[in-house]
Design a protein around this ligand. Structure first.
Ligand SMILES: [Zn+2]
Length: 117
């Protein structure tokens, strides 16, 4: 269940003045849908930050793997090279999948918001 929150302070409890107007604890009078925001926006932000963190970790891991692969090449370590290349591909795929998944979610979210406001 999604709750409406006050856009100014994020509070979810309102004093109802009449059919079209409510009063928030912070003193804001809310009369339009655009005076509110949806509760899930916080969740979305958390998801976004988590996704960003995941991507940063992947990018870091990829650069680390590339360095290791270089070392393998220098030392003629074929086994290590094969193993690391597979790992690198998996990481790059995960990054790609994550990014497109993320974009799809973002589009969905934007579309949804437009419908609401
Ligand atoms: Zn408020």
């Amino acid at each position: 269940m999604r709750k409406l929150l006050c856009k100014n302070c994020g509070n979810a409890e309102f004093y109802v003045i009449n059919m079209n107007e409510t009063l928030c604890k912070c003193g804001s009078r809310l009369s339009k849908l655009s005076d509110y925001r949806w509760e899930e926006s916080k969740k979305w932000k958390e998801f976004y930050l988590e996704e960003q963190k995941r991507q940063t970790e992947l990018i870091f891991k990829i650069s680390l793997l590339k360095r290791k692969i270089d070392t393998c090449l220098d030392e003629g370590d074929e086994e290590g090279f094969k193993k690391l290349t597979l790992e690198l591909k998996a990481c790059q795929n995960a990054l790609k999948t994550g990014a497109s998944h993320h974009t799809a979610r973002l589009r969905e979210r934007v579309k949804h918001n437009k419908d609401v406001v």
